[in-house]
Design a protein around this ligand. Structure first.
Ligand SMILES: C[S@@+](CC[C@H](N)C(=O)[O-])C[C@H]1O[C@@H](n2cnc3c(N)ncnc32)[C@H](O)[C@@H]1O
Length: 294
């Protein structure tokens, strides 16, 4: 991390900041609280994700890096809470959460203004939200429809929600709640890229990818190891369960026909491509509230 000096105010919600990093001085714009434009839902978002004026959600560089390597149009975010940040980067995001309190932000005019003022794309934004349990089989969203499913600290998302991904679609997942481990063991997915915090890029090189989920002793993650890992906090994990490389975020790809960003990644031999489940009609999201901003 380098030094940071705040500069002039730009448009509402943006501030010009000069950073002294390893590569010298760099001027960037940052999202800040849009003064005078906060609703209670948007205030709650800033309190959770961008603590303090001038702060930025830590996920911003992750979504930005993801967009750089792949054009992803339809995004599903199960267990979203009030985390509207993906809509700053992806025009069509469908949010799902079982907590009725968090739904307000997805229909909040100030929040939609914030997205519109700060989004990093030109298309019209479509934000939709369904309240419900993502484990249930309720037909809220069509299967095999989404280009990206986001699994961040919301428990076991990959298993029940993998079916919503198109072939070749992506799962962005963090280690919290063990979902990255689950995805690695899930035969439907292959690990495609690993987020590097220093460069703020996804690393797709096979050498790096192959170090993940392999212990320092060279063993590949197994279901038995996963069960043991889930019993202990990371700080108390024995050395035999420490991996050669850990990352904050991983990108998995749903195996199948879709375009891969990582053609050179060799899969672990025991992982098989499953026979595809019957194709469903791809008609999009049903049974949800939908809001657009242009
Ligand atoms: C710890 S918060 C994480 C929120 C957000 N993903 C983030 O990274 O900041 C977990 C969220 O997942 C939701 N959640 C957990 N299990 C769920 C389920 N089975 N169906 C729908 N939402 C769920 C909770 O209501 C909560 O809002």
């Amino acid at each position: 991390m380098g030094l940071e000096r705040k500069g002039s105010e730009l448009a509402a919600g943006r501030q010009c900041v000069t950073r002294m990093g390893d590569e010298g001085m760099r001027t960037v714009t940052k999202k800040v609280c849009p003064q005078g434009k906060l609703s209670s839902a948007l205030s709650a978002y800033f309190r959770s994700y961008a603590k303090g004026a001038g702060a930025e959600d830590v996920h911003v560089p992750v979504f930005r890096a993801l967009k750089r390597i792949q054009n992803l149009e339809q995004v599903l975010y199960p267990g979203c809470h009030r985390h509207i940040t993906p809509s700053l980067f992806f025009p069509r995001v469908h949010y799902v959460d079982c907590d009725e309190k968090v739904g307000d932000i997805y229909r909040d005019a100030k929040a939609l203004d914030f997205i519109n003022d700060n989004k990093e794309y030109t298309q019209q934004t479509v934000v939709s939200f369904s309240r419900g349990d993502f484990f249930s089989s309720s037909p809220v969203v069509e299967e095999e429809y989404f280009d990206l499913v986001i699994s961040l600290s919301a428990g076991n998302v990959s298993e029940p929600c993998g079916r919503y991904l198109k072939e070749g679609g992506y799962l962005l997942v963090n280690e919290a709640h063990g979902d990255a481990y689950r995805a690695y063991l899930d035969q439907r997915f292959e690990l495609a890229a690993v987020y590097d915090e220093d460069s703020q890029q996804f690393d797709t090189s096979s050498d790096v990818v192959k170090e993940c989920f392999h212990t320092r002793g060279g063993e590949e993650l197994t279901k038995a190891m996963f069960d043991e890992i889930m019993l202990k906090p990371k700080s108390r994990r024995p050395n035999k369960l420490r991996f050669q490389r850990d990352a904050m975020f991983y990108l998995f790809r749903m195996k199948g026909e879709g375009k891969a960003i990582k053609p050179d990644h060799v899969q672990p031999s025991e992982l098989q491509v499953p026979s595809r489940i019957q194709k469903k009609r791809r008609t999009g999201v049903r049974g949800c509230e939908c809001n657009s901003v242009s």
